[in-house]
Design a protein around this ligand. Sequence first.
Ligand SMILES: [Zn+2]
Length: 416
Amino acid sequence: MTERLYRNDPYLVSFTARILEVEPRGDRLAVVLDRTAFYPTSGGQPHDRGALGDGAVVEVVEVVDEEARVLHLVERDEASAGLRAGRPVAGRIDWERRFDHMQQHCGQHLLSAAALRLWEAGTTSFHLGGESCTIDLAIPSLTEEQIHRTEDLANRVVWEDRPVIARIVSEAELAALSLRKAPSVTSDVRIVEVKDFDWSPCGGTHPQNTGEVGVIAVLGWERYKGGTRLEFVCGRRVLLHHRELRTYIGELVRSLSVAPADLGRSVAALQQFQAAQASELKAQREQLAAYRARELWAGAERLREGQQPLRLVVHRLEGTHPDALRALAAKLSGLPGTVAALGVPGSDGKAQVVLTRSPELGELHCGELMKSLAARFDGRGGGSPAQAQGGFPAGRLDEVLEAARTQLRGALPPLA
Ligand SMILES: [Zn+2]
């Protein structure tokens, strides 16, 4: 049985105790004391951290609530070997972490109480995370104005600096209290009261006055399992969050040279501009591809003349976007009696190759041809009968294109 010192004095940082048991727990050791200031994970509040021992300090990495006992988990090493049953030991909790949990947990009570008072929205769950906290409210949705009013009420109670009283109540007293939620235990119910505002059964650690919560800020809210999930932070976390935002927004404000209030408009204008540029670029690429295709076609090798002319285009592009390669291929295949092998070396050491043909040249299968090129030149690729794409080592691009030229000539012999 461990006496829980944090219940009566959440401000107790160091204490002395006697070691009752030390037992293996997986890779670690579980140390049981006759009394402890370490809060074990329970009721949505994470465990404390800290250390045991006077000289050789043993770090407490986790604290577990196990019925009547509190287990202090420590690594199994030379230092922890000194922790033996029957010996006295000093303990010290990490106060910064504990106080942060007190701020978050008390802030949660206030936010939950405010949501219940204003919107009759009960709290179905609470999570105190490393970065932020959440509560799930039994209400399908909340407007921004409702969120603001909930924050305002909870913060007003913070700034009124009301006493927070934690005590075990008798059954008779319990029946007379207007509890925010039903207790999960039947005897020795501990009530955390925020003077004249909230009465909640809770085993957690809370500051003695609401003012120590500092401030409560909702970060966001969303629909969740038919209710509403609120993400929030309290106390020092609000300051940390503000600093983070100041950095992010500062970067944006500097790079866009606008006031913070104009960021939204400025980004929307940039997006619009960018979309217009992209469509302009696309049109220009198309136009350029059409010109280039005509030019290449005019200078192409003539495999056949007469009624069914056939021209072979083999071309290496430089410094061109793969989109431009595809656009050029599309334009070439739209010209009569044309087969083309196009390639472009990329900056990543790979070259892209496209094979294409006019629709009427059904006897030529570009996909099959690309596969055979890929097999010969260490590449990958394939495609449809009308068009195929492949990737090759950039250093072999010229060889690939020459091989494509020979194969295409062979596949489409000139008419006798
Ligand atoms: Zn609580």
